[in-house]
Ligand binder design. Structure first.
Ligand code: RIB
Ligand code: CA
Length: 315
């Protein structure tokens, strides 16, 4: 029985690759792809989801949720890495629907439709998840599992010295989600930063005779260029894809139950994820955190999954 999955995304090229892999994974049934502002503004995120789905044209189209603006603004600095439109500036056509329901409504509908059977993979700021829990306060008790890409345990942030981007974009939402009574797993930067793709990966991608291969070969070169220009790095990180592999192949990771919370007030520490790792912790465990990863195993699984997706999406 395929696992029912909601992808909550702010595409973003690493979100896009994770979506491509999920749509053609026979072990997953993507029931919804809900957009959230983050790497790009909300409307662009909703457009990018529709671009990706149009490019992939999966056998079963998931429901799409429209991102709505957060109460506060989104950070603009430091997100040029995916290009002005979030997909590397590649000119994609897409029929953009104007009748989409808000992401939080789609999340509530789909979780309620399959109590305790749906997993949410949160690959962007946690705005939609927190709003869904506000809309339906019993939702955490009927949600199967929530897997979150973001935060840090002991490593540095990536948008500020203290904070990771997804948490930093909406710290209040992140705190509410960390405190929600549901099964949560966190895949932090400490782990996702260790999986680096070097340029040779471009020669190992599926060829252009498939929708997946054609799409990847358009968006990934732009990411390597951006990482080099913006960060001076010759390799790229695809945090969200690592998060997806943590969901589909947890055997490639180690997890530790922790007690975590989110800083919502700090001038320098806003959006930092804080964990009680004292010898005698006072906070109660509330989240399983990935602490180790088999880097090479994850890279091989990413390539296997992309080639399988390409075989299922031949032109
Ligand atoms: O910090 C990495 C995360 O922020 C990834 O999900 C990336 O897509 C951005 O959303
Ligand atoms: Ca993302």
């Amino acid at each position: 029985m395929p696992r029912k999955l909601i992808l909550d995304v702010d595409p973003g090229i690493d979100d896009a690759v994770a979506i491509c892999m999920s749509l053609f994974d026979p072990n997953l049934e993507v029931v919804a792809v809900t957009s959230v502002g983050g790497n790009v503004p909300p409307q662009q995120a909703a457009r990018n989801v529709q671009v990706i789905l149009s490019q992939m044209d999966p056998p079963r189209w998931p429901r799409i949720g429209a991102a709505t603006a957060p109460e506060h603004g989104l950070p603009t600095e430091g997100r040029r890495i995916f290009g002005p439109d979030g997909l590397g500036g590649v000119p994609f056509e897409a029929a953009v629907r104007r009748d989409l329901h808000p992401s939080e409504k789609v999340i509530c509908d789909e979780v309620r439709a399959a109590p305790e059977a749906v997993t949410i993979l949160a690959l962007g700021p946690l705005t939609n998840i927190a709003r869904a829990f506000l809309r339906d306060p019993q939702l955490p008790s009927v949600l199967g599992q929530l897997v979150i890409v973001g935060g840090t345990v002991s490593g540095p942030g990536n948008i500020t010295p203290a904070a990771e981007f997804n948490i930093y974009c909406d710290p209040q939402a992140a705190r509410a989600v960390f405190r929600a009574p549901c099964t949560k797993t966190l895949i932090p930067l400490d782990v996702t930063n260790r999986v680096e793709l070097t340029l040779d990966i471009l020669h190992r991608l599926p060829d252009e005779n498939s929708r997946v291969g054609r799409f990847l070969r358009k968006i990934l070169p732009a990411t390597f260029r951006a990482y080099r220009q913006e960060l001076g790095l010759e390799s790229i990180r695809i945090h969200d894809v690592v998060g997806l592999v943590a969901l589909t192949h947890p055997e490639l990771f180690s997890f530790v139950e922790m007690a975590g919370d989110v800083e919502t007030m700090g001038e320098l520490t806003l959006g930092a994820t804080v964990f009680d790792r004292r010898r005698v912790p006072a906070w109660r465990h509330n989240i399983a955190v990935a602490t180790e990863v088999d880097k090479q195993g994850v890279i091989e699984e990413i390539l296997r999954s992309l080639h399988a997706a390409a075989a299922a999406s031949e032109l």
